[in-house]
Design a binder for this molecule. Structure first.
Ligand code: AMP
Ligand code: GLY
Length: 421
């Protein structure tokens, strides 16, 4: 079976490796991939926006299945486009992708089906928004409706901050804004909950907790994710059941009533308060770095999983997982998530030896004439699967120190809530 993966991050490298280890796969392609995927797949220099070129390449090379990693092409309808051309794709279609593409779509769905979430209001202009913000209780949360690469959310402590956020959103900082979402601030602890679905059956696909803030102690600016661990420390059988009954199933039912099914990974970002789940947001894909944290725990042949999903046969798969926990640390370019330099050589990678339970996934890297260069804010992911996360994390930190990349920085405290007590 030939499989193509769309995307170029650490998530996609880990998907690639899981497929490389599958008995079913003969050829792997990555569009456009990174230096890590280059070593196990064929990188094809076509960007995910170029649907037409992608389609032509897939057909010419008889690729059997396409997996879409990132949200942007999903929200733009790549699944509908490729399926119309008789290509099998693992990922949700354009309407189902609204779960991530429009925060207001998701909130309306929550309201209609009584899915627990923060109470909210939708406003159409800055004047009405500010009228409400003058009299509301703080903190309050303001969100741009569409995709904003994790940046369109403002947690506001006071009126001034909320007015500033409102102005930035309506002035187009995250693209044209016809509406704004104002939400109650939820207290509690966050947890990421994943399912995989073929449109008919779904199965849970582990939980995780990522660390979004750039600095140790969960301080500083928000990022795409500086590291993660799996499972979440909050996970229990009872809580899982509640999440499924109160959040996942009503969502899938709600979509069905709109005439769509959900195929792909669904990632529920939750706030857990007193053991009760509230939906913060949906992502219609695996998380990054959650994907590279979770996949090394999977024992089941991932090629079989994907094949079953695109053939409506997920019910035939029984997932088998390693019992160990896992943890990832992201090595970033200095300056991330703001300005940083690209094209800096990463010299010592070939000298780094990982143990059997350790993995290095590339994210923002590229290979030129046999040398590896940085090519993004998040550059490499170091992952361990381990019974003892203290030892596991120490070992990852040692690996990063050995790499000794002068342009890199990372957080040494990933998993502090479960490790550093
Ligand atoms: P989102 O992009 O919607 O996941 O929001 C980014 C981050 O903002 C989340 O991971 C939460 O930490 C925080 N957040 C979003 N909405 C809320 C809310 N209603 N209450 C508290 N924190 C929130
Ligand atoms: N790590 C958060 C995300 O992938 O959205």
């Amino acid at each position: 079976m030939k499989v193509g993966i769309i995307g170029s991050g650490g998530r996609e490298h880990s998907l690639c490796l899981a497929l490389k280890n599958s008995n079913k796969i003969t050829n792997l392609f990555c569009f456009p991939g990174n230096a890590g995927t280059e070593s196990i797949a064929k990188n094809i220099d076509i960007e995910s926006e170029d649907f037409e070129k992608l389609k032509n390449y897939i057909i010419e090379n008889q690729i059997d299945i396409i997996i879409v990693g990132p949200e942007k092409p999903l929200v733009e309808g790549i699944v509908d486009f490729l399926e119309k051309n008789n290509i099998k794709v693992f990922g949700p279609n354009k309407i189902a992708s609204q779960l991530e593409g429009s925060k207001i779509f998701t909130k309306e769905l929550c309201k209609k089906y009584n899915i627990p979430t923060a109470s909210f209001g939708v406003f159409k202009n800055s004047e009405d928004t500010k009228k409400f913000l003058k009299s509301c209780k703080y903190p309050i949360v303001i969100k741009a409706n569409g995709l904003a690469a994790g940046k369109g959310v403002y947690i506001c402590e006071n009126k001034e901050q909320s007015f500033q956020g409102t102005d930035e959103i309506f002035n187009g900082k995250f693209g044209e804004a016809k509406k704004i979402l104002v939400e109650e601030f939820l207290e509690g602890e966050e947890m990421s909950f994943f399912i995989i679905s073929d449109g008919q059956t779904y199965k849970t696909f582990c939980t995780a907790q990522d660390h979004k803030r750039v600095l140790e102690g969960d301080r500083g600016k928000n990022t795409g994710g500086m590291g993660a661990y799996s499972p979440s420390r909050l996970e229990t059988e009872e809580l899982n059941k509640r999440i499924i009954k109160k959040i996942i199933e009503p969502t899938l039912e709600g979509l069905k009533k709109l005439g769509v099914t959900f195929k792909g990974f669904l990632y529920a970002g939750l706030m857990i308060k007193n053991n009760e789940p509230f939906l913060i947001e949906y992502n219609v894909r695996m998380g990054d770095p959650e994907c590279q944290t979770i996949l090394p725990k999977l024992k089941t042949d991932f090629g079989e999983v994907i094949d079953a999903c695109v053939n409506n046969n997920l019910k035939s798969i029984n997932f088998d997982w390693y019992q160990e926990k896992s943890l990832s640390i992201v090595l970033c370019s200095k300056g991330y998530p703001e300005k940083y330099e690209n094209n800096l050589e990463i010299k010592n990678l070939s000298k780094i030896y990982t143990k059997k339970n350790e993995f290095i996934f590339h994210a923002g890297t590229k290979e030129v004439e046999g040398k590896i260069y940085s090519n993004g804010g998040r550059v490499l992911n170091f992952v361990t699967r381990s019974k003892d996360l203290i030892k596991g994390r120490n070992s990852l930190v040692d690996l990063i120190k050995k790499l000794d990349w002068e342009n890199g920085f990372f957080r040494k405290d990933i998993g502090h809530k479960i490790i550093d007590k």
